[in-house]
Design a protein around this ligand. Structure first.
Ligand SMILES: [Zn+2]
Length: 401
């Protein structure tokens, strides 16, 4: 889910169409994923359900292993990462907002019920980010929350356009995120990089503006150029020249595609936008040739299981095609998208992936390494994080049971 697709999703057709579009995605792999998840569950706890297996709920040791595992997060949206704690702080600054401030009401507001409610929560949060200081605080606090999950490196997807149209000058925005990045790395040891994404629903004007922010006001930590928002009715092709220019300036191409539309949009992202990783790419499993292409080229998918269920791209967690992706040899990374708003965390997404893929500790560590290798982190950060994962894994393995 792109954070900004929320704006467009208020039209009733978006989630409906996404749902219809997803039917074939889920069907292709249901039997396989469910069978294996079930088999795995029955060997450890006969009473668990398929859903428990998909959520990794039957393996508390694995949960503890994951929570301590050093990780990289590659697909997570800036405003979509605002936790209740952060939203309460923003609401306190802007008391005219309808967002509740007492903890109980706020907890209720954050309880995921359906996609329409997610849209309401997301837009309410967007409207609370009104000043450069709000941007700075949000960024710093999101980094703190990531660090608390042992995330050492994150590529945050930023949508500067939505802040600039709300009156924050791009110069102030850029300064705020860079200031927060430096402070978060110093205080919490988490290294941040930025991906600027085009909110697709806002059209070419937003694309032109986002490209200008990236090229003319480029923050030190900008590494990628993305495209979010609804895919239906927003062909990837119209943004070809923006991606060409961004890539020419040395930015990596990381568009969302194949989330709510079929595999053709993934092909378009690859051939027209030069995609080096694919945001979601869920429908890739409908096209064997596409899977082969992704595997051959080593183009990773940024998989966000809970988000895909929340947006009804996949009917149920146990139907998620992550196993078919992995079995086809595609590099799979696990990510969280808009975690507090979908009631999840990166650690929880790793638990889900472990359940769906039948992974033990070594398998989960390999998943974490895959994200590090698929990242655009500086070489020294990659080396450090790989070494940390290795040390953690051998330390945990060597510890007396
Ligand atoms: Zn997304």
């Amino acid at each position: 889910m792109s954070s900004d697709s929320a704006a467009d999703a208020t039209t009733p057709t978006d989630p409906t169409t996404a749902d219809a579009d997803s039917t074939t995605t889920a069907d292709a792999t249901t039997a396989d994923a469910t069978a294996d998840a079930t088999a795995d569950a029955t060997t450890t706890a006969a009473a668990t359900t398929d859903d428990d297996a998909a959520r990794g709920a039957h393996r508390p040791h694995l949960r503890s292993f994951i929570s301590g595992l050093p990780k990289a997060e590659l697909h997570v949206h800036h405003v979509g990462s605002a936790s209740p704690r952060i939203v309460a702080e923003l609401a306190g600054r802007h008391p005219d907002s309808p967002v509740p401030r007492d903890p109980q009401s706020l907890a209720r507001f954050f309880t995921f019920t359906d996609f329409a409610h997610f849209v309401e929560l997301y837009l309410a949060t967007v409207d609370l980010v009104r000043t450069a200081e709000d941007v700075r605080m949000l960024t710093y606090e999101v980094a703190r929350d990531l660090a608390a999950q042992q995330v050492r490196y994150a590529e945050l997807t930023m949508t500067p356009y939505t802040s600039v149209v709300r009156g924050i000058p791009i110069e102030a925005y850029t300064e705020a995120i860079e200031d927060a990045r430096v402070a978060a790395e110093r205080d919490h040891g988490v290294v941040l990089r930025w991906i600027y994404d085009i909110p697709g629903e806002s059209g070419l004007e937003a694309a032109d503006a986002t490209l200008a922010y990236a090229l003319d006001h480029r923050p030190d930590a900008l590494v990628g150029f993305g495209l979010g928002g609804p895919e239906i009715g927003v062909p990837r092709a119209q943004f070809e020249r923006h991606f060409t220019a961004a890539r020419a300036a040395g930015l990596h191409s990381v568009p969302h595609s194949g989330e709510s539309t079929g595999p053709q949009s993934v092909w378009d992202a690859l051939t027209l936008l030069g995609a080096e990783r694919i945001g979601h790419g869920t429908s890739s499993v409908q096209d064997r040739r596409l899977l082969e292409h992704l595997a051959e080229r080593g183009i990773p998918l940024e998989v966000c299981p809970t988000s895909n269920v929340a947006t009804r791209v996949v009917e149920r967690l146990e139907d998620h095609p992550i196993r078919a992706m992995r079995d086809a040899g595609v590099v799979v990374t696990v990510n969280s998208d808009d975690p507090p708003m979908f009631g999840t965390t990166l650690n929880h997404e790793y638990e889900i992936a472990a359940g769906l893929l039948g992974l033990d500790e070594a398998g989960v560590a390999a998943l974490a390494r895959a994200a590090v290798d698929a990242s655009f982190a500086p070489d020294d950060v990659v080396a450090r994080l790989r070494a940390e994962i290795e040390a953690y894994t051998s330390g945990v393995t060597a510890a007396p049971s």
